[in-house]
Design a protein around this ligand. Structure first.
Ligand code: SF4
Length: 231
């Protein structure tokens, strides 16, 4: 199920286009079982939804940028070709992020809230630095990278760090939950997606990208992933 929002009111993304993706039966149904932040791993997905993935890669606004994040293993994620959606490998450890970079995948990492003073830092030649929208209340994805948001750069070798926040923050880094979309306004939007989103999410995501004004930014899956829901 796919919810599309032409102009988000999310504080961090700023006023750009976004989507939410949920399973039909379970809100977390498109997220991989392997995700360490998943609060109910047994309900997660074991495989990528191939039809949706192909549509996701193509779902880029004309002359615009599109990006997302996935908790599936980095090696399972396609590298974005020219003009395709950039899929960042969402990592849970520094070693995992380094491994993703080593195979040519742009990577991000979610880190515990008490490590905010540890960044930026360079590990084995790779620079890790915090998302700039976490460092200023007035900075959003719309402002990021002077027209080329950092998360939409397919060949980026630096790892972007997201410091945990919200009610689940204490669980990040424990391997037992901590998903930032488990509560608050994001959770409300996401649960609403399961009840009222478009049922054919592959068709819906392509149509949505085509409907956006030229030059738009589109951040796919504020919550959700590219998995195929288990039946
Ligand atoms: S690094 Fe830039 S594009 Fe990525 S989440 Fe932060 S502000 Fe948005």
């Amino acid at each position: 199920m796919l919810k599309t929002v032409p102009v988000s009111s999310n504080r961090k993304t700023g006023p750009i286009a976004v989507t939410y993706r949920s399973g039909t039966h379970e809100t977390y149904g498109t997220c991989p079982k392997s995700c360490a932040l998943h609060p109910k791993n047994e309900t997660g997905s074991a495989e990528i939804d191939a039809e949706y993935l192909q549509a996701l890669l193509k779902a880029v606004p004309r002359r615009g940028k599109a990006w997302t994040y996935s908790h599936f293993p980095a090696a399972m994620l396609p590298k974005a070709g020219p003009g395709e959606t950039v899929i960042n490998a969402s990592c849970d450890t520094v070693d995992e992020a380094l491994a993703a970079v080593s195979i040519g995948r742009p990577a991000v990492i979610a880190v515990p809230s008490d490590t905010s003073d540890s960044w930026p830092r360079v590990v084995e030649g790779t620079r890790f630095y915090r998302c700039p929208a976490e460092l200023s209340d007035s900075f959003t994805c719309k402002d990021c990278g002077n027209g080329s948001p950092l998360c939409a750069r397919p060949d980026r070798r630096e790892v972007i760090v997201f410091v945990a926040h919200g009610t689940g923050a204490k669980k990040v880094g424990t391997g037992r939950g901590g998903c930032y979309a488990a509560s608050g306004p994001v959770a409300l939007q996401w649960h609403g997606t399961r009840k009222a989103g478009a049922p054919n999410d592959a068709q819906a995501v392509e149509a949505f990208a085509k409907s956006l004004p030229p030059g738009s930014f589109l951040r796919h899956h504020v919550a959700g992933d590219a998995g195929k829901e288990a039946r």
